[in-house]
Design a protein around this ligand. Structure first.
Ligand SMILES: CC(C)(COP(=O)(O)OP(=O)(O)OC[C@H]1O[C@@H](n2cnc3c(N)ncnc32)[C@H](O)[C@@H]1OP(=O)(O)O)[C@@H](O)C(=O)NCCC(=O)NCCS
Length: 127
């Protein structure tokens, strides 16, 4: 259900404003690689399409890239992310974002190898 509600109003220098919230829908695609024989999942990754008022086109956000521990180092993440990148292009994304903790140098290596650049800072709040 899409909702829009007025939260409260307040004044800044005699200028009255409404604080408002509106629901927006986000689309996402889950990519995965499974073993053909037993259908066991080996790897997965999510692509979320994010829209805002700044651009006509959406941007892509990569989330939860994961390869089963016993299958790491065999190129599965690379293959999965290549597919995800192509899909983001096909869907008209103007940029694609992948985030990673500073300490995970091996993940940075993976993203650099795929053509991503170190760009900006990520701010985070944990709840
Ligand atoms: C990060 C992760 C997805 C990599 O998956 P993978 O299938 O092993 O990655 P690939 O085999 O495609 O490796 C591609 C490149 O990534 C880098 N890389 C991946 N794992 C690495 C490791 N343990 N040490 C060093 N480099 C590594 C290398 O550059 C590698 O290329 P190379 O082998 O030619 O040097 C996997 O280790 C994982 O699921 N980790 C836990 C979850 C996680 O950290 N996800 C990242 C989200 S931020």
């Amino acid at each position: 259900m899409v909702y829009c509600s007025y939260l409260y109003n307040y004044s800044v220098s005699n200028y009255s404003v409404n604080m408002k919230k509106e629901e927006i829908k986000t689309n996402g695609i889950r990519f995965s690689i499974e073993d053909m024989k037993d259908k066991k999942e080996i790897a997965h990754a999510y692509l979320y399409l994010i829209k805002n008022d700044l651009h006509e086109r959406p941007y892509g956000l990569i989330e939860d890239v994961f390869v089963d521990e016993s299958f790491r180092g065999k190129g599965y993440a690379t293959e999965l992310l290549k597919e995800l990148i192509e899909e983001a292009k096909k869907l008209g994304c103007y940029k694609l974002i992948a985030t990673s903790r500073r300490s995970r140098q091996y993940v940075h290596k993976l993203y650099r190898k795929l053509g991503f650049e170190d760009y900006g800072i990520e701010f985070r709040m944990n709840f």
